[in-house]
Design a protein around this ligand. Structure first.
Ligand SMILES: [Zn+2]
Length: 383
């Protein structure tokens, strides 16, 4: 099999992996890179390779994994499109927020052709089979295992081995493992991070703003916030739809989140900022109601806590650099120990890492000797 690293290697964003094998060419994810401009906003795949694709598979509906789908169609992609029902529910909204207007029609025209699968399904395409499993990252999020009968590869997409909310299926043995290295060698456990976030939120009696992506993290935060909190009103239906995907959760969590969402206050721009924690999307102030909410919070001295990746050239990074926002990671990617355990479970195969800098990969390599810390977007390798 030939593996083309089309985006997300040596960088965070525009995650995309091409696989050629078993007589088929497929693409796993087609993200965009927030903070990048021009051609670097999209994966490095060229038009000839796009035209030769038989299918694209989407792991989940975060912008760095799906945001380039309308662009791909506008560049001449005519293959099959696979995603879970949960991902497809969010796809249009994500492409509206992060895609270019000129490309949107390309997705609207193709949306009815999207083929749905469920986590755990295997899809056969000629001599290539693609197996899937729950990622533990968002409702309907999956990892992919591709095999041409001789060799196999696992691309984890974004995974969370130790989420208290979402369940993750074990990664199967493989010849090449492409890990979610978003956090490099960060070894601070979820429990420690959650305790720090609870402490910070508890110290803000007059409320605080928590910018989050639309899927995944809101549910992780809801599980640890005080009983009284608010969400931007426009998030309620999307969050409820995620909670409805009961198979995605650890036992009992779905019912608890349903209760917490029912008790959550609705907030909109017509209201004063609330005297309790307020969640709004997205997590960077680049799109959605966070654009306005972050502006107002900054103007009024209302505390802001960032809990995820802070791309450069975003409102979140400007506030953080000006010390107007604080940051405590709420882990929604593997810690160092999590990635080492995935690698060992996969039979200690050759390994790549996506969604981080080469420096962060080098740090992780100290604990994961099979990790290649030199390949970057635009490179290809043979398995
Ligand atoms: Zn993600």
């Amino acid at each position: 099999m030939r593996i083309d690293l089309q985006g997300g290697f040596g960088e965070k964003g525009r995650t995309s992996v091409g696989i050629s094998g078993g007589g088929r060419n497929i693409l796993l994810d087609v993200g965009i890179k927030i903070g990048a401009t021009g051609r670097d906003y999209y994966p490095a795949i060229d038009d000839a390779a796009i035209a030769a694709l038989d299918a694209v598979f989407i792991s989940h509906a975060h912008e760095d994994h799906i945001g380039g789908l309308a662009w791909l169609l506008s560049r001449g992609f005519r293959g099959r499109i696979f995603m879970t029902a949960e991902t497809s529910l969010e796809a249009s909204a994500m492409l509206r927020q992060y895609g270019e207007k000129a490309h949107r029609q390309a997705f609207e025209a193709a949306a009815h052709c999207v083929e749905l699968f469920a986590a755990g399904d295997t899809i056969e395409l000629g001599g290539l089979s693609v197996s899937t499993g729950r990622s533990g990252h968002v409702a309907g999020g999956v990892w992919f295992a591709a095999s041409d009968g001789a060799k196999s590869l696992v691309y984890t997409g974004d995974v969370v081995p130790d989420s208290g909310v979402f369940a993750m299926d074990p990664i199967p043995p493989c010849d090449l493992l492409i890990l979610d290295a978003s956090y490099g060698d960060d070894a601070i456990s979820s429990d420690e991070r959650i305790a720090a976030i609870r402490h910070w939120v508890g110290a803000q009696p007059n409320g605080c703003l928590l910018p989050v992506p639309l899927s995944g993290k809101p549910l992780e935060l809801m599980a640890i916030l005080p009983q009284r909190f608010a969400i931007h009103a426009s998030m309620r239906d999307a969050v409820a739809a995620q909670i409805a995907a009961r198979d995605a959760f650890h036992p009992g969590i779905g019912a608890e989140l349903t209760q917490r969402l029912a008790n959550a206050l609705d907030w909109s721009e017509l209201d004063a900022l609330p005297d309790c924690p307020l969640m709004s999307f997205d997590g960077m102030g680049s799109a959605g109601p966070s654009v306005e909410a972050i502006k107002r919070a900054a103007d009024q001295g209302y505390p802001i806590l960032l809990t995820g990746h802070i791309p450069p050239n975003t409102p979140a990074s400007a506030l953080f650099e000006a010390k107007r926002a604080e940051w405590i990671r709420l882990p929604t990617h593997p810690t160092r120990q999590g990635n080492v355990a995935i690698w060992e479970g996969a039979g200690r195969p050759a390994t790549l890492g996506h969604s981080c800098s080469l420096a962060a990969l080098s740090a992780l390599k100290q604990y994961l000797p099979a990790l290649n810390d030199t390949v970057r977007t635009g490179d290809h390798i043979d398995v």
